[in-house]
Design a protein around this ligand. Structure first.
Ligand code: SF4
Length: 361
């Protein structure tokens, strides 16, 4: 699927009561206590509701079973949900089914079952590719499990998604870069990156309070995750999620770590800053005033949160005005640099008297 295609999921959250491990960062009690178990009828109702929307597109909508370890839930319950979903795949009402699970809950037998029911995408919670980090955070699987499961998923012809975390107990930036490289070698179609948010009631919260663990704050995490985002994009791998979804649940139970309600925007802003700085220092090392032209939809990212990019560049000797233009669809995403910055031009005396652009600082 192309990065430009609209993608609407019909999401069903499955509480994973049978989860075989208590990972150090996961607050399962909050999650499983808050949500009731959906039935096959709930799946049918969710699809019908989605289909009733005028914006519904059967060609790109998928039924997504979220909740961590889909293939580790009780088998007859799993079949009930899949049977309900498969009907809509067969009659073409949805494009497919996606599930997420643990790397050690994948084998040939389960993949046969998933294929039979029309599952198209499988996401694995890899979290780290360093065994020491997996162990310290009580994941209960190894990096080799991620490799084996990923290979099997691809052999069976599913779309592969991999999830990684940054800032876990015992990890560091170099570890995150290593994980990103290892995940890339497994050729995932998509990646999700979650900086660690410390939730109340977890082992990480205890470790943080005792001083054994110092979580990464959101600013440092954003610097790292911006780098990872660019790394994956350069490998042609779509990052479909960056940072935990902003929700009352997370905001209410977090006690530390890297949370920001617009985390991806922060990371994109950092990439714009780095790109503008690089282009300016290469072409105009002496500084000055400039008009920077970007895709209109990216103006706020280029400006940075609270105009941070503009202010930082000004301190470094480059006074910029941002100008938004409408880029054609074909120019999006495939060439990130091309999409992010179209042009940097010195601002002439005349221009400064009657400034160009629709985003001024
Ligand atoms: S992260 Fe996944 S495997 Fe770990 S405790 Fe939570 S649900 Fe279970």
């Amino acid at each position: 699927m192309s990065g430009r295609q609209k993608h609407a999921n019909i999401a069903l959250f499955i509480p994973h009561n049978g989860c075989p491990h208590q990972c150090a960062f996961c607050n399962q009690r909050t999650i499983s206590g808050a949500v009731s178990q959906p039935t096959g009828e709930d799946v049918r109702a969710a699809v019908r509701t989605a289909m009733a929307s005028p914006r519904y597109e059967s060609g790109s909508s998928e039924i997504a079973f979220f909740g961590g370890s889909f293939t580790a839930i009780e088998r007859s319950y799993m079949r009930e949900l899949l049977e309900a979903a498969a009907v809509f795949v067969k009659d073409g009402s949805v494009a497919g089914i996606r599930i997420s699970t643990r790397p050690d809950a994948i084998d040939g037998e389960i993949l046969e079952i998933l294929r039979r029911y029309g599952v198209t995408s499988i996401e694995l919670g890899a979290q780290s590719m360093r065994d020491e980090v997996l162990q310290k955070n009580r994941r209960g699987h190894t990096a080799q499990d991620v490799v084996n499961a990923s290979r099997l998923i691809r052999q069976y012809g599913f779309s592969l998604g991999l999830q990684m975390m940054t800032g876990l107990y015992g990890d560091d930036d170099e570890g995150a870069r290593y994980t990103a490289r290892q995940l890339t070698a497994l050729h995932p179609d998509t990646v999700r990156i979650y900086p660690t948010v410390v939730l109340e009631g977890t082992e990480l919260a205890d470790k943080m309070r005792s001083g054994a663990y110092r979580p990464q704050g959101y600013e440092a995490a954003a610097e790292l995750c911006a780098e990872l985002l660019e790394f994956f994009e350069n490998q042609g791998i779509r990052v479909i999620k960056l940072g935990l979804h902003a929700s009352d649940g997370v905001e209410g139970s977090m006690v530390g770590g890297a949370y920001h309600p617009a985390f991806r925007e922060l990371c994109e802003g950092i990439l714009y800053y780095r790109l503008m700085r690089r282009m300016l220092s290469e072409n105009y090392p002496e500084g000055g005033s400039f008009v920077v032209t970007v895709d209109r939809r990216a103006l706020s990212k280029a400006s940075g949160q609270k105009k941070r990019n503009v202010l930082r560049l000004r301190e470094e000797g480059w006074k910029i005005q941002l100008k938004g233009v409408d880029l054609e669809h074909g120019e999006q995403r495939s060439k990130e640099d091309g999409r992010r910055i179209c042009q940097i031009e010195p601002l002439s005396q005349q221009d400064s008297a009657a400034p160009a652009g629709d985003y001024r600082h």
